[in-house]
Design a protein. Structure first.
Length: 65
């Protein structure tokens, strides 16, 4: 999966780099590669998802507007 960023006629190198970084963040390439760097057992993945669910539920419960 290649990321292609075309530079406009008035774009500086810094602007092109910013565009590239933005596309990488939108495609979540870095997060997926970091997740796949090491093997995780399915039970660990389930534990992490459950912990995330509990955190979100707790945050949602404590918000009072």
């Amino acid at each position: 999966m290649a990321i292609i960023v075309k530079a406009g006629p008035s774009d500086s190198p810094n602007q092109v780099i910013r565009k590239f970084k933005k596309k990488v963040m939108q495609d979540e390439i870095l997060t997926t590669t970091r997740e796949r760097e090491f093997y995780k057992k399915p039970s660990e993945i389930k534990k992490e998802k459950l912990a995330e669910f509990r955190r979100r539920k707790k945050r949602k419960k404590t918000k009072t507007w």
